[in-house]
Design a protein around this ligand. Structure first.
Ligand code: ZN
Ligand code: ZN
Length: 317
């Protein structure tokens, strides 16, 4: 079973995204790239170089529903005459043909983000969502944890690896312990646990960082020899990267605990102190990062969490 990476450009700060072609029946791609002309062209030429065309694709598997990964799924599916689209059920992003604006607004309000800033983030997101088509509930099949995607000569095991998003999945070829990990594992950056509603109870937020730590450990338990991430080069030494992630998370924990001093602070206050001068989409990622770390510190009993009106305030013990 050949796994062929295809680099696809995105209009986003992160740079190109990796699409993985599984060049064996049923011809499958893992992720698609965003809905842009440049991305379709790059994908077509990558497929062509491997001897395939879009119409050969039978299965489109999504590691998660961020625009850079899922944007072309619908148009490729149509061009490939109803190829099957698979995504985890917790991946609500572009799946329901609706975006969880209301749930997100509440999460941002609880994190102490001012109204004007929430409005600004929403306008900005309107600009990002154009890079993906949304799916209705009957237009895709679920990816089940611990089941297999079967190919002519082998299988990829589906491993639910939540954290970056609630429904993020990785795929393992057990024969040589190769992992395709989406944005769960990225060589040059520590992936961001993005602020998301809990898919089981959308009035709560998803414990993204705690879940992420479990996912990283789960991938480690497979002793991978090679990990293909959603962006950048593959990782040959996962153990080293794992240790680097854990150290970075511990350092951040120490930092956020220090930033919550005196009368306490909201996640927004902490985000502004942690990332002064951030702008645009990075503001949302900064708040996500602050919430994720404050929640983890709170869960581990290192901070107190109190409600002040609609806003949550973290305090030192
Ligand atoms: Zn992502
Ligand atoms: Zn990504």
């Amino acid at each position: 079973m050949r796994i062929i990476p295809i680099s696809v450009p995105t209009p986003f700060y992160i740079g190109p995204v990796n699409v993985y072609l599984i060049a064996e029946d049923p011809i499958t791609i893992i992720d698609t790239g965003p809905k842009t002309k440049e991305a379709v062209e790059a994908l077509r030429s990558g497929l062509r170089a491997a001897g395939f065309r879009v119409s050969d694709i039978r299965r489109i598997v999504l590691t998660h529903a961020h625009e850079d990964h899922c944007g072309l799924a619908k148009s490729l599916r149509d061009e490939a005459k109803n190829a099957e689209v698979l995504v985890h059920e917790w991946e609500t992003g572009h799946r329901h043909s609706r975006l969880e604006y209301e749930e997100h607004r509440k999460l941002l309000e609880r994190a102490g983000v001012p109204d004007a800033e929430i409005a600004r983030l929403r306008r900005m997101y309107e600009g990002v969502r154009q890079y993906a088509d949304s799916f209705g509930d009957n237009e895709h099949s679920p990816l089940w944890d611990d089941s297999d995607l079967t190919f002519e000569s082998g299988t990829l095991r589906i491993v639910h690896t939540p954290g970056h998003t609630p429904g993020s999945c990785s795929f393992i070829r057990e024969a040589d312990r190769t992992v395709i990990a989406g944005d769960c594992v990225l060589k040059r950056i520590t992936p961001n646990p993005v602020l998301s509603p809990d898919p089981v109870d959308p009035s709560k937020r998803f414990p993204s960082l705690a879940e992420y730590l479990v996912s990283l450990a789960r991938i480690r338990s497979f002793a991978p020899t090679l990990v293909y991430g959603g962006h950048g080069e593959p990782v040959h030494d996962y153990d080293e990267l794992f240790n680097r992630y854990i150290r970075a998370i511990q350092e951040r924990q120490t930092q956020v605990i220090k930033l919550v001093s005196g009368d306490g602070a909201s996640a927004w206050d902490v985000a502004l102190k942690m990332f002064p001068g951030t702008d645009d989409v990075h503001r949302f990622l900064a708040v996500s990062e602050a919430v994720a770390h404050l929640d983890l510190a709170h869960n581990e009993g290192k901070l107190v969490l109190e409600l002040s009106g609609p806003k949550e305030v973290y305090k030192a013990l």
